[in-house]
Design a protein around this ligand. Structure first.
Ligand code: ADP
Ligand code: ASP
Ligand code: MG
Length: 429
């Protein structure tokens, strides 16, 4: 929709034109009562004159159960059939949401991924959206019908159902918002915004009113699962304002009480550190005694990449007698596959492989880091004071990450949160 065309309209007319995508996560549609409560919020948006597309997750726990079914049949199940199974949770919620809306007098219809269609590449289990046909959605919105879309699912060129990776309904929502050139994408969840740290770990974490796409991208990719990383990437690319808000409170998206993820220049007060993220369940692999010659890293990491294993932090030790050690981390869920690839597919001589399973990554993120020194030092000295050993360090322009023993995750997050003065002052008093 062309936003410029509102220019000469009255405020009321402008309001009528707002196109909103509202996504409800698993806990927000956990049972019929929650679905009805979500439908009430949509009704309020519609009555305020907005056109609304709703994207729904599976009811909480459902996707996990479906994943377990697949693993029970075989850990090496066919990933195309995995997608057929795990995409079904969202289908149930979409139908129920359309019914709940109809029950309260709102015209609504569900549209599955293949019916729209939402086209993805054919990387089953982790597919990327390539194109969304908006013709039908727009037609329906124009006659004031609410369009209900199951998140997480799409269709490949081979006409097979695909899914977007865990947490992928966020990405479906932002992608639909981008395709519709919507005014906003509201992500309703079980917290009322993006906080300076996971509020379940840091009870006095502070809610951010605005956060830049860049910072949110780091926070999400470093473990703050409040938004799937790809949804933030897509929001940034297509400039869709994303609002994270609670489905449990009284507010609706148009009240603007959540956290807005937006462009850096829209944020007046930039913080040096805006948040602490953590990611548990990492594993550290050290390949000991590899030859220190050109091409070693390529020989080591290419087979891992080919096996779609997400290698994260990488360090190469100082070489001694022409030999060196390479250390890197992978998600623990990928560890068995990584070991298999290292044993069977790499054309590289090494002395041994050492594995540490119980590690976690803790990261400090902030745009202000670009221009402030001392952030890393505060991090290292805080962890040292608490006796927490740092195993690996990695940095970028706006983040510092450290790998530590998993048991110290909460202590590290809380201590760093306090060290950077991120607390909500009202919650301390
Ligand atoms: P949904 O089912 O709605 O998609 P998720 O469980 O995926 O919800 O994401 C919401 C959760 O993200 C919250 O319950 C919270 O524990 C977690 N979270 C992690 N880091 C943050 C953060 N910085 N701010 C807010 N929530 C966070
Ligand atoms: N239901 C899917 C999951 O649990 C997608 C989502 O909820 O975002 O990962
Ligand atoms: Mg989620």
């Amino acid at each position: 929709m062309d936003k410029l065309r509102y220019k000469n309209k009255t405020l009321k007319e402008q309001k009528i034109m707002a196109v909103i995508v509202a996504k409800f996560g698993g806990t927000s549609v956990a049972d019929i009562k929650r679905i009805e409560s979500a439908a009430d919020k949509i009704k309020k948006e519609v009555e305020a004159g907005n056109q609304v597309a709703v994207v729904v997750s599976a009811m909480s726990g459902v996707t996990n159960k479906l994943v377990d079914y697949c693993s029970e049949i075989s850990p090496m199940h066919d990933v195309r059939e995995y997608d057929t199974v795990v995409s079904s949770g969202e289908q149930i919620t979409a139908g129920l949401m359309a019914m709940a809306l109809q029950k309260i007098g709102i015209s609504a219809r569900s549209w599955l991924g293949w019916q729209i269609p939402i086209k993805t590449n054919n990387v089953h289990g982790k597919a990327r959206i390539e194109h969304i046909d908006t013709a039908e959605i727009k037609k329906r919105l124009d006659i004031n019908e609410v369009v209900v879309i199951p998140g997480f699912q799409g269709i490949t060129e081979q006409r097979r159902i695909s899914t977007l990776g865990r947490g992928g309904s966020d990405t479906s929502a932002v992608a639909v918002a981008a395709a519709l050139n919507a005014d906003r994408c509201d992500i309703y969840t079980d917290v009322d915004g993006v906080y300076t740290a996971d509020p379940r770990i840091v009870s006095n974490a502070r809610k951010l009113h605005k956060v830049s796409y860049e910072e949110m991208l780091e926070l999400a990719s470093l473990g703050s699962k409040v938004l799937q990383t790809r949804s933030v990437e897509m929001g940034a690319k297509s400039n869709v304002p994303i609002q994270v808000l609670s489905s449990f409170g009284e507010f609706i998206g148009s009240d603007r009480k959540g956290t807005l993820v937006t462009k850096e220049e829209d944020i007046v007060e930039q913080e040096v550190v805006s948040g602490i993220a953590h990611q548990k369940d990492e594993a550290k692999i050290t390949v000991i005694g590899v030859e220190d010659v050109p091409g070693v890293a390529a020989k080591l990491f290419k087979p891992l990449a080919d096996a779609a294993i997400n290698v994260d932090m990488i360090v190469q030790n100082i070489s001694q007698d022409g030999l060196t050690d390479m250390t890197f981390t992978v998600p623990r869920t990928d560890l068995e596959r990584a070991k298999k690839v290292l044993k069977e597919n790499i054309d590289l001589k090494y002395e041994d492989i050492a594995i540490t399973e119980n590690v976690a990554k803790v990261s400090v993120v902030g745009i202000g880091m670009k221009s402030h020194a001392g952030v890393a030092n505060t991090m290292f000295s805080t962890l040292a004071e608490k006796g927490i050993n740092i195993q690996v360090i990695s940095t970028s322009e706006i983040k510092i990450s450290v790998l530590i023993e998993q048991d110290y995750t909460e202590l590290a997050v809380r201590s760093l949160h306090a060290a950077y003065g991120l607390e909500d002052q009202q919650k301390i008093m």
